[in-house]
Write a protein that binds this ligand. Structure first.
Ligand code: NAD
Ligand code: MG
Length: 389
């Protein structure tokens, strides 16, 4: 029986992971489930899956969690340290599906135990890619990408030599505002930005899809995970979201990963890797689909793509600044403090200010440095937002 932990179990990726685990309960022993404010869901799943421990990141909700778990054998715990401790419990496989920079530390804990880390938390690679991969190497652990594009690239690379790769193309649906007149974007509302044409995801990543900050993160993830140069990585608008990624080789061949927009494919691939097992995803009827379409991304509409290039070129701690500034700007947009287009203005300004002052490029990437940089970037982002607001 494989011992499994799900970090961020109550979210969109976490629930899709649990859906797959539930279909074959005898194959898995659930070690830990973690969540946030949705205590009812966390407790329900922890009891149903007979988890050893359930953890909420909010210490003030420990009493509620204990009450919700009463009468069961599931332990209750709360707080960031308890999440790290849960990730460090002996397990074979750990899903990293916390949203945001908070996902980094628990993922590192799982790697230090030699676990296989299924990585949905893209912020870990964006803020601290080298640290994550070095930690995995030092402890004989494996990191498997769960973001659909990176899972697609990973699958297209099976049996291939990375040195034969010329380019990697990740696709983007274009999000909610793909076809909007650019002048209208400044007045886009939260509700408009929170609906995705193809994928059903958490609210934050859905808004990041509309602003293309999600794709910006994924460009950086690609550089970090696959170790290719920034100029080898491209984003391509593909409104159907059926081709997730393409890998181009020196001989001109392109290997594409094609599948329905259902995260259970990438999650299930990582769950069963290196085997392939049947998954409950729709089989594509290509004749019915008829055609795939593509467009070049417009960096005027989506400044996030240009910013991603600058961050990839700079390297070092600029990914941590980028991510923290983006998270704060997103909070600002969600809370109505800034407009949709202001998000990229804030990220640009925070990067400019902090790169000039701190020399981000040459800084060593340690958990402490990333945390310190993250905190500072959030303060600078708040200043920039006040000036805009
Ligand atoms: P979500 O918002 O639906 O769920 C996030 C989970 O993290 C919840 O369990 C929540 O309780 C927990 N959480 C939130 N803040 C936390 C904190 N500070 N400390 C500990 N736990 C916290 O998010 P999601 O859409 O499932 O995305 C999870 C991660 O996977 C993100 O990094 C996202 O970018 C990435 N991802 C998601 C999708 C998708 O289809 N949803 C696809 C690719 C990658
Ligand atoms: Mg993705």
């Amino acid at each position: 029986m494989r011992r499994i932990t799900v970090l961020g179990a109550t979210g969109s990726i976490g629930q899709n992971t649990i859906d797959l685990i539930r279909r074959d309960p005898d194959a898995y022993k659930v070690v830990a489930l973690t969540g946030g404010r949705n205590i009812e869901k966390l407790a329900h799943d922890a009891k149903a899956l007979h988890a050893e421990v359930a953890v909420t990141c909010h210490p003030e909700l420990l009493g509620d969690l204990r009450a919700a778990l009463s009468g069961s054998d599931v332990e209750a715990a709360a707080g960031d340290e308890a999440i790290c401790a849960a990730a460090a419990r002996p397990a074979d496989w750990c899903m990293s599906a916390i949203v945001g920079a908070a996902g980094l530390a628990p993922g590192l804990e799982a790697l230090k135990q030699g676990q296989t880390l299924a990585l949905a938390n893209k912020e870990s690679l964006v803020t601290a890619g080298p640290l994550l991969l070095q930690t995995a190497k030092a402890h004989g652990a494996t990191v498997l990408p769960v973001d659909s594009e990176h899972s697609g690239v990973f699958q297209a690379l099976i049996g291939e030599d990375i040195t034969a790769v010329e380019r990697i193309i990740i696709t983007a649906s274009g999000g909610a505002f793909r076809d909007w007149p650019i002048e209208k974007l400044a007045n886009a509302t939260l509700a408009q930005a929170s609906s995705h044409p193809n994928w059903d995801m958490g609210q934050r990543i859905t808004i990041d899809s509309a602003s293309m900050f999600n794709k910006a993160m994924e460009l950086i993830e690609t550089k970090e995970f696959f170790g290719v140069r920034p100029e080898q990585i491209e984003a391509l608008i593909h409104p159907e979201s059926l081709i997730h990624a393409l890998v181009g080789f020196h001989d001109g061949a392109l290997m594409a990963h094609v599948g329905p927009p259902d995260m259970r494919h990438a999650i299930g691939f990582a769950l069963h890797w290196p085997a392939r097992k049947p998954l409950p995803v729709t089989r594509l009827d290509l004749a019915k689909i008829g055609q795939f379409s593509f467009r070049a991304p417009d960096e005027h509409r989506w400044p996030a793509l240009r910013i991603a290039r600058e961050v990839m070129e700079a390297g070092g701690l600029s990914g941590a600044v980028f991510n923290a500034a983006k998270e704060r700007a997103l909070d600002g947009f969600i809370h109505g403090e800034i407009g949709f287009n202001d998000m990229s203005v804030v990220v640009d300004r925070v990067l400019a200010k902090m790169s000039a002052k701190n020399g981000l490029q040459n800084a060593e990437i340690t958990l402490d440095n990333v945390a310190m940089t993250d905190r500072e970037a959030r303060v600078v982002a708040d200043e920039m937002m006040q000036r805009l607001g």
